[in-house]
Every structure is written in structure tokens, then in C-alpha cells.
Write a protein that binds this ligand. Structure first.
Ligand code: G3P
Ligand code: CA
Length: 289
């Protein structure tokens, strides 16, 4: 029976891949639902991505920052995750705990890596005080807590920093969020793996180097519907080349107003910013068309 179910899943997966790869030239599209929602949003103007939440004002990758991103009407709220030593996915950008928590004081050591820390120790940390005293005692959330907290009130852009594809899929399936999120990574091998395991998942490929023909070809194998690139590394013609191939183009990380206008003029479908509220205002009053 198990074998039969596996082969049915395999056939469905292969069919989904075949159908999705026909949707746009160059793009192996993941979840038609999320990708189409993103395309519809982008037709109105650049989407606003709250980078690590509304992280200019709030401590990044914490529930207050995510809540503020939703409140400020970002189209997507971005977060990063790592796996703890006991395999729990937690929201954090850096490999080490020092910059955004009081780990040095609490754990008595510098440069402690999240990958060597069990959840029980993560629970003892303050992830807010470094930003401002008013955020003291803000916990470092698990991915499940973050997704349960705001997961159905915003589209979520989940960035894998470290952790297996299967562990992320387990969380998304447990919360029934496979068709509600966009998953991204700099590691394109990891993207290929998660695309193979769950062809319906919408993916964005992160880029930090100048775009080359080799990267453009490689992008086609990731299963991504979006290219999410360092704004300083793309030329205007690269944005056009990506869009001509059917990719949504997102640019990170832009916080200045001239930069917002420049990204919009370049044709960005999404702008990733630590100041989502300000960008939303500027789009609404027509300053960023
Ligand atoms: O969302 C894009 C951006 O988050 C990638 O860079 O280092 O801020 O995770 P980083
Ligand atoms: Ca990120």
C-alpha cells in the first residue's frame, strides 16, 4: 500500500512539474496559488517585503517585528531560520547568537552557534533588549511559533539559513502552510532538493553575485518563480532578462527613498526593506509608482 501511495505521489509530482514548467518560459513555477497571488500583487506596483519583519524599528526576526510588518501592510513578511542542536527550527539571521541576543551573558561564552545550542538554552535568551530597553524579554521564536502567530495574516517569505529541506516541510505540512508561503535560500542545491520533495512549494532563489549566463541557466533548475537579488549587483538589463524569462524580480535590501524609486523604475516586482511602513506610504501616495 505504502509503495502504491508513493508511486501515486511520484506521478502527481511529475505531472505538477511538467505542468508548472510550461507556465512561463524559463520558470519552473512552484505553487501556482502563491506564485499567481504574487504576480497579481506585482501588477499593482512593487510588493513590499518586510525584511526580518519591520526591523528598522523592532528587533529583527521576533514576533513584535513580524506583527509590525503585518500592521504596516507589507505584502510579505520575511524571516530567517536555523536549526538548533536538537533539530528545532528557530528564527534568527546570524549563525551565532551574539549580535541579537544576550547569549554571551546567559550562556557564559562568546560566539555560540545556534547549531550547537539546544532549544532549552535558546528559551533562556532575550532577543529584544539589544535593540532597545523597551523590547527586553522578547523571546527568540521558533519557526512554528512565528508561523502560528501571524502565518495566515500575511504572505510569508521564509529564508533557510541552515536546516534540512525535510525539517522545513515537516513544519509547513504540520501547519498546513505549504500553499501559503514563499521559501527562499542562497543555497540553490537546497532549493533543488526542496523542489524535488515538494514541487508545489513556491520558491525564490537568492542571488548576491553579478548575474551571468551560467547563473541564469542554473536558476532554471531551482524551481524558483522569483529571483531575489542584491540590488547593488544587478544591471538594468539583468532585471529585463529575468523578467523576460518569466521570473518575478525582488531586490534587497533598500531603505532609502531614492533607492525605493530607483528599484520601482527598474521594474522590480518586490522591494525588500527594513522600513516597510515608509515604503507602503510612498507607494500609496504615488511617490513610488
Ligand atoms: O530577503 C533577502 C535578504 O534577507 C537576504 O539577505 O542576509 O538579509 O538574509 P539576508
Ligand atoms: Ca533573510
Amino acid at each position: 500500500m505504502e509503495g502504491k501511495v508513493a508511486s501515486i505521489h511520484g506521478a502527481i509530482g511529475a505531472m505538477a512539474l511538467l505542468l508548472s514548467s510550461c507556465a512561463q518560459p524559463g520558470v519552473q513555477q512552484g505553487s501556482a496559488g502563491v506564485a499567481e497571488r504574487l504576480r497579481a500583487l506585482a501588477r499593482r506596483g512593487p510588493m513590499v517585503v518586510a525584511h526580518r519583519g519591520s526591523s528598522h524599528e523592532y528587533p529583527e526576526n521576533t514576533l513584535p517585528a513580524f506583527e509590525a510588518g503585518v500592521r504596516e501592510r507589507a505584502d510579505l513578511v520575511e524571516l530567517d531560520f536555523h536549526a538548533t542542536s536538537d533539530g528545532v527550527l528557530v528564527c534568527l539571521h546570524d549563525e551565532e547568537l551574539d549580535r541579537t541576543t544576550d547569549a554571551e551573558t546567559v550562556l557564559g561564552r562568546k560566539k555560540v552557534r545556534v547549531a550547537e545550542t539546544p532549544l532549552s538554552d535558546i528559551r533562556r535568551l532575550d532577543a529584544g533588549r539589544w535593540k532597545a530597553a523597551r523590547f527586553a524579554e522578547t523571546p527568540l521564536p521558533t519557526l512554528v511559533e512565528a508561523l502560528e502567530g501571524f502565518g495566515r495574516r500575511s504572505l510569508i517569505m521564509i529564508e533557510r539559513k541552515q536546516g534540512s529541506a525535510s525539517s522545513l516541510l515537516e513544519v509547513l505540512r504540520q501547519l498546513d502552510l505549504v500553499d501559503e508561503v514563499l521559501v527562499q535560500a542562497f543555497d540553490w542545491d537546497w532549493l533543488e532538493e526542496i523542489h524535488r520533495l515538494e514541487p508545489g512549494l513556491a520558491l525564490a532563489a537568492l542571488g548576491k553575485d553579478p548575474l551571468t549566463p551560467e547563473l541564469l541557466d542554473r536558476l532554471g533548475r531551482t524551481g524558483a518563480c522569483m529571483a531575489h537579488w542584491d540590488a547593488r549587483k544587478l544591471r538594468l538589463e539583468d532585471v529585463r532578462a529575468l523578467k523576460d524569462r518569466g521570473y518575478l524580480v525582488a531586490l534587497y535590501t533598500i531603505d532609502d527613498e531614492i533607492g525605493f524609486a530607483g528599484a520601482a523604475a527598474a521594474g522590480a516586482d518586490a522591494i525588500t526593506t527594513n522600513r516597510p511602513g515608509r515604503l507602503v506610504e510612498l507607494i500609496r501616495d504615488g511617490s513610488v509608482p
